[in-house]
Design a protein around this ligand. Structure first.
Ligand code: SAH
Ligand code: SF4
Ligand code: F3S
Length: 474
């Protein structure tokens, strides 16, 4: 059973929110405006979901939100550690914030999330980024009110990056991005320890929320008009293994499928080694579960898969893909791929291309291997040169782009049920939405359609998106 943050502790945090709010009221009386917070998220959906919690707490503490650091009173970056470039971006932004802080010393700068959960990074920030006022790791999210209060009142940096397996904090405030779609974390952490990956070190061991907690969150989302739910976990197939009650992710899907008001259910991420018949059956039987699956394969060579500690073979993976295609007609498949794992040769890489050609994913997320301090793979010496790795990466994109375009071409002429996300940022007369299979569709329409399901006839296919036109009577 996962440990929980006690109700009394959450009450204590609430009292800090009230204290900050009182001080923000005084700020407003003095300046004629509420203090402005800017948040920025790096990394995965889990991090986006955590930022929504951070914003929920900040809202209760009397902040309003903006998106320009130059006019902000509080900046919080929720960071990612999965690849080096995610960290470089944050260090780059911190350089810019240093100048802002020199001009406006009252600006409060906070860093949180996976990157700062690593000891060597927390140390580097403590020593060389002295303009950062507040640093808190993934396990300290619920303590934000107390830590922020201290950062506002004490004249020194407040740092809480204690390493723990993490406790679950239920019922934290939340301010969500969208009114029609919501992410719901069903479990936290990861036990898989893929040899290249930092996530298990910065997110701790797997811990599942109870089905009751998940369902109660989803019921209240549905009551507020949310119709699409995305269930989140680093490896959702492990859901329930740590719970006393016998319940797994397939059971949870069926329970969520029964919640009135929910129309679409998605989930990510599944690990191929744990993706089995029970889950596939639940996907096929639950009418609200979208015909979409993200199943990262990472590499095609059995040798590389073994070195990655992925615990499946290429043949096993392809068998699972074949079963999914057979049982869920029209399913859209996506995957994650790493190019340039240290032991990967050019011949190994050909196996990765072979998986792309056989599986025919609708889309992939592809990454060049990034060495992560503290992981087992960090000790390996790469066999390919950077140049060769980049050349392979380009080939990967070429092969996949052709497949993605072909998959999208098949949609032309069809009428798809699209959940409208809202007007596009570049042209407000164009709406953007998603099909049940998760494809982005752009079409002309008014902003009032945001959050509604509309019939859209697909007129044109691109590699990454579709164009269409509204079918008026649908
Ligand atoms: N738990 C999920 C997602 C983990 S992070 C899963 O297992 O699929 C998302 C993706 O980042 C991974 O699937 C992997 O493709 C990539 N990734 C993780 N560590 C990496 C590293 N060190 N270098 C490059 N890509 C990495
Ligand atoms: Fe990382 Fe592997 Fe866990 Fe995914 S399953 S988060 S790649 S260790
Ligand atoms: Fe990055 Fe942390 Fe997610 S390392 S990918 S933000 S779990």
């Amino acid at each position: 059973m996962a440990d929980y943050v006690e109700a009394s502790e959450l009450e204590r945090q609430k009292r800090y929110m009230i204290k900050i709010k009182a001080s923000n009221e005084r700020f407003r009386a003095r300046t004629g405006r509420a203090p402005v917070a800017v948040t920025q998220t790096y990394g995965c959906q889990q991090n986006e979901n955590d930022t929504e919690r951070i914003r929920g707490m900040l809202q209760e503490a009397g902040y309003q939100f903006g998106d320009d650091e130059k006019t902000a009173d509080l900046v919080i970056y929720n960071t990612c550690a999965v690849r080096e470039n995610a960290e470089q971006k944050v260090f780059g932004r911190l350089g810019i914030l240093k100048h802002l802080k020199e001009r406006r010393p009252e600006l409060v700068i906070g860093l949180c999330g996976c990157m700062v959960q690593q000891g060597h990074i927390a140390e580097k920030i403590r020593e060389t980024y002295k303009h950062v006022d507040l640093v808190f790791g993934t396990h300290a999210l619920y303590k934000l009110p107390e830590l922020l209060y201290r950062a506002l009142t004490e004249n020194r940096a407040v740092i809480d990056v204690e390493n723990s397996d993490g406790r679950i904090a239920e019922e934290l405030p939340i301010l969500r991005e969208s009114g029609s779609k919501a992410w719901v974390s069903v479990m936290y952490g990861c036990n898989n320890f893929c040899s290249y990956c930092i996530v298990p070190y910065v997110r701790g061991r797997e811990r599942s929320r109870t089905p009751e907690a998940v369902l109660s969150e989803i019921r209240s989302l549905a009551a507020s008009g949310v119709t699409e739910i995305c269930l989140l976990g680093q490896n959702v197939n492990s859901y329930g293994k740590d719970l006393e009650r016998q319940v797994d992710f397939a059971d949870l899907l069926r329970m969520v499928n029964g919640v009135e008001g929910v129309e679409r259910i998605r989930f990510m991420t599944s690990h191929p080694k744990d993706f089995g018949a029970r889950l596939l059956e639940a996907m096929a039987e639950c009418e609200k579960v979208c015909p979409q699956l993200h199943l990262p394969f990472q590499a095609g060579s059995d040798k590389v898969l073994k070195d990655m500690n992925r615990r499946y073979t290429k043949a096993e993976y392809l068998e699972k893909i074949a079963a999914v295609k057979q049982q869920i007609p029209g399913v859209a498949l996506s995957s994650d791929v790493i190019v340039g794992f240290p032991t990967e040769t050019n011949e190994d890489f050909e196996e990765t291309l072979d998986v792309l050609r056989r599986a025919e994913f609708d889309s992939i997320f592809s990454f060049i291997y990034s060495r992560r301090e503290g992981t087992p793979a960090a000790k390996l010496t790469p066999v390919l040169s950077e140049e060769e790795i980049h050349r392979n990466f380009e080939r990967l994109l070429e092969v996949q782009n052709e497949i993605s375009k072909k998959k999208n071409d098949a949609y032309v002429g069809r009428v798809e049920r699209v959940l409208v996300d809202g007007p596009s940022k570049t042209d407000p007369s164009v709406l953007s939405g998603r099909t049940a299979t998760g494809k982005i569709v752009n079409f002309k329409g008014g902003a009032e359609l945001t959050g509604r399901y509309k019939g859209v006839r697909i007129t044109q296919a691109h590699t990454w998106s579709l164009n269409g036109e509204l079918v008026e009577h649908q």
